[in-house]
Write a protein that binds this ligand. Structure first.
Ligand SMILES: [Zn+2]
Length: 628
């Protein structure tokens, strides 16, 4: 992502910017020892758990596990990508960003993107002008007025009209000396079948320009006024338009979403416009696709609660199920790194009363009634449960069906506490024992973990506080609670006591990492090879993944006093332990083979080796325990 701004410029910005200064603009900070604390801007809280370290130039919230450096802060706070956040900071601190340092390839890419934005802007103006003035757009104007859209709404979303005809836009933009090649890249025109020239993609349709979060036009949607099919037509994906990431209305909604903490997600352009028209501006539309993981990521930057709005149960169920799949997929990483086990995205499903869409509902009942429905919308699990009960009833047969339908959604709930609450609710509502529901969920959970491969671990499931911040790691815990906890401790050591890095290399510690996610973080640290803890903010610059950024910030903010001999002991124990685990796995395989071949002699040798290994491990564990 950072490729458009040269590395040395990033360092320059980083050196010039002061995180305390930047954060202070939006958060009231108080000095607390070496650090500053304040109320977190990313989740709502009453006691401050948001910490900023001026020495390390990083921040971390111990409440919602958000963290990073000055760039990540601006990205999260403003909902920007890395280059935009860097540009903003550069401007603020007077760092000049020359475009000269870019490679020819990068320059070409940037200029193409800029040309596409510019082209889209011109096209949008052309369509908008036609809608407002052209006599041929009279029926479009009438349609929008009849839908109740004000001039303000039409203006601020820059609605337009593509006149009936094959080449209105093509001719207009060609006159402006825009190349047909660029026009074709934008998807606004298509080549004729016989390859003799081009024609307009959008004809005789109302045009909805699609804006990105920075209010640049990335694509278009078009709707017919009659019964022609397809009813809706969208731009194809281009260099600047990625459907899986785009949300209609995000440019207008982001501030309102942050203010209210909630985002309403509707299905189409007109639903969205209707909400805006009635003063409900914290809303976006997904444009006919199911909510994707990328869209969820974008929305999470702006609001903690999402309400998906649907016209029917059927659409709601379909979407709730897809949502669960999406969360399930997206949280694979969080499962592996159980510290950050869940970004709390509170997702709800609102199904409007039969026969209503958002527009008609608000027309009839007012926006307050609509908001009321939204704030009482059911969570995904509750929604699916009520739907299943409605469908199958609560006869014995029905109960069995209801539980089996809920099995997968429940297994997909990542948070242990939340899951047990849901299980309790389901058990009560359906009238079966909690244990029975739990059993079904566990059975499915186990199968799914297995399918996801051996390095994926189940959430430890013991207590909710098993985090890197717990310092009471017992030797027993370190050796038995999976390797991730041990591996996290090693990363913390690397960050807080960089003197140990040569030993990490010479002992080949990273080679033994089982958790790929943690391994990639550790490798990044080794590659950057920081010599002082002040370089952590620099390290964070090199990390694109939000979860990894937050983890590095959290681990680096701990202040533990490390010493070399203690570190070495921990590292050796880890390596030793991993080697033993590997030998043990190897032995087990040999034993199975020997059993299969009925090779009694070999079997006895192998079993005694296994026994010795187990004794050694036990001794080591005791030694480590005695040490504490
Ligand atoms: Zn927070």
């Amino acid at each position: 992502m950072a490729s458009f701004i040269p590395e040395e410029k990033i360092s320059e910005i980083k050196n010039a910017a002061d995180i305390v200064d930047v954060v202070s603009e939006s958060v009231l900070l108080k000095k607390a020892g070496k650090n500053f604390t304040g109320l977190c801007p990313f989740h709502s809280e009453k006691t401050p758990s948001f910490t900023v370290s001026p020495d390390k130039q990083i921040f971390h919230c111990f409440g919602c596990n958000t963290g990073g450096n000055v760039f990540s802060f601006v990205m999260k706070q403003e909902g920007l990508g890395f280059p935009e956040a860097a540009r903003r900071l550069a401007k603020r601190y007077g760092v000049e960003l020359p475009n000269k340092a870019l490679s020819a390839e990068q320059k070409k890419k940037i200029s193409q993107r800029e040309h596409l934005f510019d082209l889209n802007r011109r096209a949008a103006n052309f369509y908008h002008g036609a809608l407002l003035k052209s006599p041929a757009a009279q029926k479009a104007r009438a349609y929008l007025i009849q839908r109740g859209f004000s001039k303000d709404t039409i203006e601020s979303f820059k609605l337009g009209f593509a006149l009936d005809g094959w080449d209105h836009l093509l001719r207009y933009l060609s006159q402006k000396r825009i190349s047909t090649l660029l026009l074709e890249k934008s998807g606004l025109i298509l080549p004729r079948k016989n390859r003799s020239g081009y024609y307009d993609r959008f004809r005789n349709r109302i045009i909805f320009p699609i804006f990105d979060v920075n209010s640049q036009i990335i694509g278009f949607g078009g709707r017919v006024l009659d019964d022609t099919l397809p009813k809706y037509l969208n731009s194809p994906e281009t260099m600047i338009y990625n459907k899986r990431r785009s949300l209609y209305g995000i440019h207008r909604a982001k501030d309102k979403c942050r203010a209210s903490g909630t985002v309403l997600i509707v299905e189409g352009y007109l639903d969205l416009l209707a909400l805006h028209q009635h003063g409900i501006e914290n809303a976006v539309a997904t444009l006919g696709t199911a909510l994707t993981a990328d869209q969820i990521k974008v929305l999470k930057r702006h609001a903690g609660q999402m309400v998906l709005v649907y016209d029917s149960d059927e659409a709601g169920i379909r979407s709730a199920k897809r949502c669960i799949e999406t969360f399930w997929e997206e949280h694979v990483d969080f499962r592996r790194e159980d510290v950050f086990r869940e970004e709390k995205a509170d997702t709800r499903i609102l199904v409007l009363p039969a026969g209503h869409d958002p527009d008609s509902y608000i027309q009839e009942n007012g926006s307050e009634a609509f908001l009321n429905l939204a704030s009482n919308a059911a969570g995904i699990i509750t929604f699916l449960m009520e739907c299943a009960i409605r469908e199958h009833g609560l006869t014995t047969e029905g109960k069995i069906r209801v539980i089996s339908e809920l099995q997968k959604p429940l297994a997909a709930v990542n948070d242990q506490v939340a899951r047990s609450i849901y299980i309790q609710q389901v058990a009560e509502r359906v009238g079966v024992s909690e244990a029975a529901v739990m059993e079904r969920v566990r059975a499915l959970g186990a199968i799914q973990y297995q399918q996801r491969g051996p390095t994926t671990r189940s959430p430890s499931g013991t207590d909710g506080h098993d985090s890197v911040l717990t310092r009471s790691d017992t030797a027993d815990g370190l050796l038995t609670d999976g390797d991730s906890r041990f591996e996290r401790r090693i990363i913390a050591m690397m960050l807080q006591f960089p003197d140990i890095l040569p030993e990490i290399n010479s002992l080949n510690v990273l080679e033994y990492f089982e958790n790929d996610y943690l391994k990639s973080v550790a490798e990044m640290i080794v590659n950057l090879n920081p010599t002082t803890t002040e370089q952590i903010s620099e390290l964070i610059c090199g990390i694109e993944d939000d979860g990894q950024q937050a983890m590095v910030a959290a681990l680096a903010l701990e202040d533990e006093s490390w010493n070399k001999s203690g570190c070495l002991k921990l590292l050796r124990t880890y390596v030793d332990n991993r080697q033993q685990v590997r030998s043990n796995e190897w032995l087990e395989k040999q034993i199975m083979a020997a059993e299969k071949n009925n090779d009694q002699d070999l079997l006895i040798t192998l079993l005694s080796q296994k026994q010795k290994l187990a004794e050694r491990r036990e001794k080591q564990k005791m030694a480590l325990l005695g040490d504490k």
